[in-house]
Ligand binder design. Structure first.
Ligand code: SF4
Ligand code: SF4
Length: 390
């Protein structure tokens, strides 16, 4: 049953910040954290975790990862307010923890975070994890989480605002998937191949991680074929709220994505997690039109999907149905044979033979972990109809 707590409300702030100018971003973050009275929630002895989106070793220019200037502004605010134990952690796509040669120094350098260590902010290199019970989870009674998440007293979720080819958007809720250790993430893709179930799991994960604050990097965003191969767009906004679920719905509405088309927002609504926002803005002009977010083109409309499936049903044998799936494709000219995609596949559907990457499409579940893992843009996507037993 859909339950919505219309009598409840939450505070959200929105600041217009046209570029990653250090002073402008710092001023905006200061305004937001002051407005939300974060100084009442943190204390010097607390272990504070900042959880950005560091899906891969992408330069900040590509708008794939949370920009370091936003993370630095939050960390600076924490340090100015006496926090002595601030850590930045994420679990990138790919089987990082099983790679004996994974170079964290190079990774943090490429994403533009390396200088933060010199300011006394810890950059996580611990790929260890433990279990946390999820008493409110319907389907997921516990989650494996990075040690950095388990040990934190206060979690600040800092997503990059993006579209996503399997979950439609990647805002606050989706960003928390990076709290799950790298080699465990593909397990969820294999367990929940249907988007609806996967999104429900993400909401139960967010209920378990319980971020205290979510600051969304919406200054330069990614639209189209996100989360790694989309187009960069300047939106020029920073958002902040304590309620990650309701904030996602506000972002969807603001960016012209019907919230009922986003599995995570539907699941949050069904669980009664959505509240009405009170939005405070210092500089936002209410009537400024915002062009809608360009969604991934692998998300074919339901009408087209059904028509195609119906056509294929004519060809289907008894007991089979046609389903439209998204499959990875290889772009050999971009490939350096690093094998990260091979190691990231949850169902071992990728192999490297004779210097070539090959997919076993009969095994592939379309999770696109390989696509996210490949920062060389050597894995593309294509739509494909498959026959499946009923
Ligand atoms: S496609 Fe090539 S470059 Fe990309 S992850 Fe796989 S092996 Fe590495
Ligand atoms: S080959 Fe298929 S199953 Fe394997 S990671 Fe890529 S999309 Fe997922």
């Amino acid at each position: 049953m859909t339950e919505q707590k219309d009598d409840a409300f939450y505070l959200q702030t929105l600041e217009c910040v046209p570029t990653y100018d250090v002073d402008a971003v710092r001023n905006a973050v200061d305004e937001q954290l002051t407005f939300l009275r974060i100084e009442e929630d943190v204390a010097p002895e607390m272990k504070v975790l900042i959880k950005p989106n560091l899906v891969g070793d992408y330069h900040p220019y590509f708008a794939t990862t949370t920009h370091p200037v936003v993370v630095e502004a939050i960390a600076d605010w924490l340090i100015r307010h006496g926090c002595r134990n601030v850590c930045i952690a994420d679990s990138p796509a790919g089987a990082v923890s099983t790679m004996s040669n994974f170079d964290y120094d190079r990774f943090y350098q490429k994403v533009g975070y390396d200088h933060l260590e010199r300011k006394g902010i810890q950059l996580n290199r611990d790929t260890g994890w433990g279990e946390r019970r999820s008493p409110e989870g319907c389907k997921n009674k516990s989650f494996h989480l990075l040690n950095a998440v388990l040990n934190a007293d206060y979690i600040i979720n800092v997503p990059k605002l993006k579209t996503h080819n399997t979950t439609t958007v990647s805002f606050g809720i989706k960003n928390l998937f990076g709290c799950v250790p790298d080699i465990q993430k593909p397990v969820f893709h294999a367990r929940y191949p249907r988007q609806k179930d996967f999104c429900n799991m993400l909401v139960e994960l967010a209920m378990t991680v319980k971020p205290s604050l979510t600051v969304v990097d919406g200054i330069e965003i990614m639209e189209g074929n996100g989360p790694v191969a989309g187009e960069k767009r300047n939106l020029g906004m920073l958002f902040a709220a304590k309620d990650v679920f309701s904030q996602d719905r506000v972002l969807a509405e603001l960016l012209g994505v019907p919230p009922d088309k986003i599995g995570m927002i539907q699941a949050a609504e069904q669980k009664g997690l959505l509240h009405s926002p009170v939005v405070a803005s210092r500089t936002f002009v209410e009537n400024t039109p915002i062009p809608p977010l360009k969604l991934p083109d692998v998300k074919t409309s339901h009408t087209v999907k059904e028509r195609l499936a119906a056509a294929y049903h004519v060809l289907a044998k008894k007991g089979e149905k046609a389903i439209l799936t998204v499959q990875p494709t290889h772009v050999p000219q971009n490939c350096d044979l690093c094998l990260r995609c091979v190691n990231s596949c949850p169902v071992h559907a990728i192999s490297a033979e004779n210097g070539k990457i090959a997919f076993q499409y009969d095994k592939c579940i379309g999770c696109l972990c390989c696509h996210e893992t490949c920062s060389n843009h050597a894995i593309g996507t294509q739509k494909q109809l498959k026959m499946k037993k009923n």
